[in-house]
Design a protein around this ligand. Structure first.
Ligand SMILES: *Cc1c(COP(=O)(O)O)cnc(C)c1O
Length: 392
């Protein structure tokens, strides 16, 4: 039996062997392209706000990159989720299924619609929704009424299924599509972490009726703050554009709006940054993959922890690299976090599970043993694209 101090030391020395003796952030942006020149173009043209060429160009570039027919750029990933749920007609008192193991934005967006988050379990193979267990659960607790899925326990309609691609890894997409189809749920992907990830060659966020991206400062590419809705449906795309621009009717000078809507459109300044970042995305992905390879070698002989590897069938962006501790070393997690952070190596536990926050404690949920085990055993380690830049 190995002693816990050895696990901590092994993790530390493996990290140091890859990163060297300098501080490393968990994920920081890299501005090595046309950022300055595009931003200057915005300032010189006076188009800094939500009208401007870069917003349209960023949307076109995103659609081309992801293969989605349409991309609609918005102020952040949370707003993108809010809009996507709106487009799926999620209403007050509906329920939306989402993993308990996610960033809080996923659950917040459901709440913005007046709907109730309903938390489901995750599994170790993909870090995503445990589809077989969710299917059993839904079979037990729901019934279809006129083509609508009703939760027999709460009497509420379950309107949508909102999986999240944890750290950029795509889960059981085929299983999720079948589940959405069988239980008549709108499938919306929270692909905030998954720009550049594919499954069977198809880009994250393009499998359901819509998908959402985030370009926050810690994501794979950044616009400062930003997000986007991806969809192949022309009607949904035009609705998304309409409700994110105050539902203003086109007119040369009149201010007429045909519904209550949002001021969610991405400003041109942010989109300028996005255009420059998108040009570098393939390079970022290559260097993140190289970092993964370096970590894989460094951790190969360390027993007690595993570096999480992309699930079969998919190609991940490796947004955040993750170590998964063996069950018997779960109690060493906090010691490892303390030891690494005290050396300036930024490591983090995964998010607090949604039902453990007071404002979501009363939400319905299935049994969450997978999410709980994962939350006790995951450690994210420095993952920036720039970390191995010198090596490339
Ligand atoms: C980053 C993120 C979002 C959106 O975050 P914003 O900061 O609003 O852009 C949503 N869901 C998940 C899982 C995320 O990681």
């Amino acid at each position: 039996m190995k002693d816990p101090a050895k696990v901590v030391n092994d993790v530390l020395s493996s990290l140091l062997s890859v990163l060297g003796e300098k501080p490393a952030a968990l994920h920081e942006p890299c501005f090595a392209g046309n950022e300055w020149s595009y931003i200057k173009e915005c300032l010189d043209s006076n188009f800094v706000s939500s009208v401007g060429n870069f917003v349209n160009r960023f949307e076109n570039d995103l659609a081309a990159y992801t293969g989605a027919r349409y991309a609609v750029a918005v102020v952040n990933g949370t707003a993108a989720l809010h809009v996507a749920l709106n487009l799926a007609k999620v209403q007050a008192q509906d329920e939306v299924l989402l993993p308990a193991l996610t960033f809080v934005a996923t659950a917040n967006a459901v709440s913005y619609c007046g709907a109730v988050p309903h938390f489901v379990d995750s599994e170790f193979g993909t870090l995503g929704i445990d589809v077989p267990r969710l299917r059993d659960y839904l079979t037990t607790i729901t019934e279809l009424h006129d083509g609508v899925c009703v939760n027999k326990q709460t009497g509420r309609v379950i309107r949508a299924l909102l999986p999240m691609h944890t750290f950029g890894h795509l889960g059981d997409i085929d299983g999720l599509l079948a589940l959405a189809n069988d239980f008549k749920l709108a499938l919306i992907e929270d692909a905030a972490e998954a720009l550049g990830s594919t499954y069977c060659g198809r880009h994250a966020g393009t499998f359901g009726q819509s998908g959402t991206l985030s370009f926050n400062g810690n994501k794979t590419i950044t616009t400062g703050g930003g997000g986007a809705i991806l969809t192949n449906d022309p009607e949904l795309a035009s609705k998304a554009k309409h409700i994110t621009t105050t539902a203003k009717l086109p007119h040369a000078w009149e201010y007429r709006h045909d519904q209550i809507a949002y001021n969610y459109r991405m400003p041109n300044l942010n989109a300028a940054l996005g255009c420059a970042q998108l040009e570098q995305l393939d390079g970022f992905l290559a260097s993140k993959r190289a970092l993964h390879k370096a970590y894989a070698q460094a951790f190969e002989d360390v027993s007690g922890v595993e570096l999480f590897v992309e699930p079969p069938g998919g190609k991940s962006n490796y947004w955040l690299q993750a170590l998964v501790l063996q069950p018997k070393w779960a109690s060493s997690r906090d010691v490892i976090l303390a030891a690494t952070n005290s050396l300036g190596l930024m490591t983090r536990p995964v998010w607090t599970l949604m039902q453990d926050m007071p404002h979501f404690a009363c939400c319905p949920r299935m049994e969450l043993s997978g999410a709980l085990a994962l939350s006790e055993r995951i450690i994210n380690i420095p993952s920036s694209a720039g970390l191995l830049r010198e090596a490339l």
